[in-house]
Design a binder for this molecule. Structure first.
Ligand code: 5U1
Length: 680
């Protein structure tokens, strides 16, 4: 049956329209239509293609995942070698690099001063380098870098990556265009993949880079398709039958216009001062980015200059990667101790041979629980890779089994608490083992008091961890209520406690007596009840008496409270010793106003806000309090789920992301007006 021109046109129009929406969604992070509408268009295209299979083209959005798994990967010979980068590890290396560039370009004036060379800079993604070849705008081949000369043909797999266009947009692209960049796994996709691996009892991936590599080297493209990989382009190889631009930056912007993703953090700076400023800025931002980076790449921006500089060995003279301090290092497990937490959880902690990682010297790493020890297969004496990213506590990510000698020891959970000698129990179905000593256990008592005194709980100024430990060890304080019967003599009798500090502590204790219901509930340390849940409980029930009386059923009616939490809350208030301590606290003068249960506390229920930049009339914490009081959620990062961003002075990437995603933005003045409207 010959297909009418009208139908052919319909199919073409649908393909083009869907490809444009893909671009808005996956490359620009700025969806142009609702998901449901996209699905409807895709369905229409699928229907037409099923009816008229001759109209199916390889670049149709229905054709991202092909047919059968491959038998193996064929080799690809790169027409132009895929270069690697030289590394710089400090400012001195960067100064040397800049001097080499300036000398070769003969930029020094008669006094030997250099002009400030323009550099394009962007994060160095921790992924897999790949090449994409487009002919007449159609993706015809994807290949790994391999050794730079020969890589593997991974066309079927790259086709499944949504941020890689199967067909370029527009019509001013070169006839043959080879685009190079990094395929990577975003942190969120990595976390989801490992959570699923754990659920299925499979071995998790060590880091997003390994996960991306493993996902790309799948013979079955359907598996690659399920891994949520992304691609970011950073250079070109073959350019025939058309031109790019005069600078690296504008060339990348052209690629972006043709539908390819480039890094939103790219900037052009001048000289080493500009490079170092950018490097430090990104080092601070590194852990908030949605992907892993291991340094910054600086490239001479002027493309003529790049040609004049050329390359040596396998690396260009016009580019350098300034690496961040490694976040993973090799070390040895010297021993394992067991710590007892506030809820009695007995946590194994690895004592490590000290190692410099992520910018600090690390000698301990939590092992979480016995399941984690089993999962890692770690033993005392093992060589391990440890990872410390930002402020996250160091983790052991992998045991290097090849380095294991005969001299290793198994890690066994103690049968009795290392602090109070009570039995350690493992509750069926729970990964955590717990000391059964309850408040009899000195460790649990100390942790409960530290939590009670902490800033988001009763906020007792001057009552730090060391002081709590001293007060419990001396026997002056046994429970949180005991804090309020402390005398000046007792406090000043402690080692290194001056009279003045003792007076200050007693004053802080007096001040802390005036609190809020939410803080008080949080300070009790009920399992699973964090700061936000405590606030939710206070807003939903209004008084401590109501919370105490609440049944599991009524708790379950409160948003965000699930069955586990509800059971913990009910059983906490069923225990007479908890009620005795609450009574003692109230008797000692701890008090709070009840909360009026009204619609106000639910006004922003289900809405997520992000606060960014500097506010002048209030702190960000105060703005957060106001939003939480109205039932809103306050998040640290902007996503498609964010309802509104409150942007103060000098708001940066979060504001930009909100604007890119089309999310509502309020300045501080607007926010004050908005919040005041709920006070009526
Ligand atoms: N951001 C970025 N990563 N990266 C890696 N740019 C960049 N350039 C590279 C490599 C290997 O090579 C250039 C020589 C094109």
């Amino acid at each position: 049956m010959s297909v009418s021109e009208e139908i052919t046109l319909n199919v073409e129009t649908l393909c083009n329209e869907l490809n444009k929406h893909n671009y808005s969604y996956y490359v620009l992070d700025n969806p142009s239509i609702p998901d449901a509408e996209y699905d409807r268009l895709l369905l229409s295209l699928k229907k037409l293609e099923t009816e008229y299979p001759s109209l199916i083209t390889p670049e149709s959005p229905t054709q991202r995942v092909g047919g059968e798994p491959l038998a193996g990967f064929t080799q690809v010979s790169h027409e132009l070698p895929m270069l690697s980068l030289d590394n710089a590890f400090n400012e001195e290396d960067m100064i040397d690099f800049n001097r080499r560039v300036a000398d070769r370009l003969k930029l020094a004036d008669k006094d030997g001063e250099y002009e400030n060379v323009e550099y394009a800079c962007e994060p160095k993604l921790d992924g897999i380098a790949v090449s994409l070849l487009y002919e007449d705008g159609i993706l015809i081949r994807g290949a790994t870098r391999g050794d730079g000369q020969t890589g593997e043909n991974i066309t079927e797999n790259v086709r499944t990556i949504n941020s890689i266009p199967l067909k370029l947009l527009g019509n001013d692209f070169p006839k043959r265009l080879e685009v190079r960049g990094e395929i990577y796994m975003p942190k969120s996709a990595f976390d989801a993949l490992n959570t699923e691996a754990e659920r299925l009892g499979n071995k998790p991936f060590v880091n997003p880079r390994n996960a991306a590599a493993g996902s790309l080297r799948q013979l079955d493209p359907k598996i690659t398709a399920s891994r949520n990989l992304e691609m970011c382009c950073y250079s070109v190889g073959i350019v025939e039958g058309g031109a790019l631009a005069n600078t690296h930056e504008t060339s990348l912007r052209k690629l972006n216009g043709w539908g390819l993703r480039i890094n939103a953090e790219m900037q052009v700076v001048k000289g080493i001062p500009g490079c170092m400023k950018y490097y430090n800025f990104m080092a601070d931002k590194r852990n908030t980015l949605p992907y892993e980076i291991d340094g910054i790449v600086f490239k001479v921006n002027d493309l003529d200059r790049q040609v004049r500089l050329g390359f040596v060995s396998k690396a260009p003279r016009w580019a350098i990667a300034h690496k961040f301090p490694a976040q993973e290092e090799l070390t040895k497990v010297l021993d394992v101790d067991f710590q007892v937490g506030r809820t009695g959880a007995v946590t194994p902690v690895a004592r490590l041979a000290p190692v410099f990682v992520g910018g600090v010297t690390v000698s301990n790493a939590t092992l979480h629980n016995m399941d984690e020890i089993k999962r890692l297969g770690v033993m005392i004496g093992d060589a391990v890779i440890i990872r410390r990213a930002g402020d996250v506590i160091p983790q052991i990510v992998k045991v290097i089994e090849e380095k294991r000698t005969g001299d290793v020891k198994s890690i066994l959970i103690p049968s009795h608490c290392p602090v109070c000698d009570s039995e350690v129990l493992q509750v069926e179905g729970e990964a955590v083992a717990r000391c059964s000593g309850g408040l009899f256990c000195g460790a649990q008592r100390k942790e409960a008091i530290k939590h009670f005194a902490s800033r988001k709980a009763m906020d007792i100024d001057g009552l730090g961890d060391k002081l709590v430990e001293a007060l419990v060890d001396s026997g002056d304080v046994e429970t949180v209520a005991g804090l309020f019967t402390l005398t000046k003599d007792q406090v000043s009798g402690l080692e290194r406690m001056a009279d003045k500090s003792a007076e200050n502590l007693l004053r802080s204790l007096e001040n802390a007596k005036e609190t809020t219901l939410a803080r008080f509930v949080y300070s009790l340390g009920i399992r699973e009840v964090g700061e936000t849940t405590a606030r939710t409980l206070a807003n939903a029930f209004g008084s401590l008496a109501n919370i105490k009386m609440a049944s599991v059923e009524s708790l379950l009616e409160v948003p965000d409270i699930g069955p586990i939490m509800a059971n913990h809350i009910v059983s906490f208030f069923e225990q007479s010793h908890n009620n005795e301590i609450i009574d003692q606290l109230i008797e000692a003068g701890v008090h709070w106003p009840d909360v009026e249960i009204d619609k106000k506390s639910q006004a922003l229920q289900g809405k997520t806000f992000v606060i960014t930049g500097t506010l002048s009339d209030m702190t960000r914490e105060e703005a957060k309090e106001q939003l939480l009081a109205l039932g809103a959620k306050v998040s640290g990062s902007v996503s498609k789920k964010t309802h509104c961003v409150i942007a103060g002075e000098a708001a940066g990437s979060k504001l930009k992301k909100a604007e890119d995603l089309g999310i509502k933005v309020m300045n501080e003045k607007g926010f004050i007006t908005f919040i005041s409207s709920f006070a009526l």
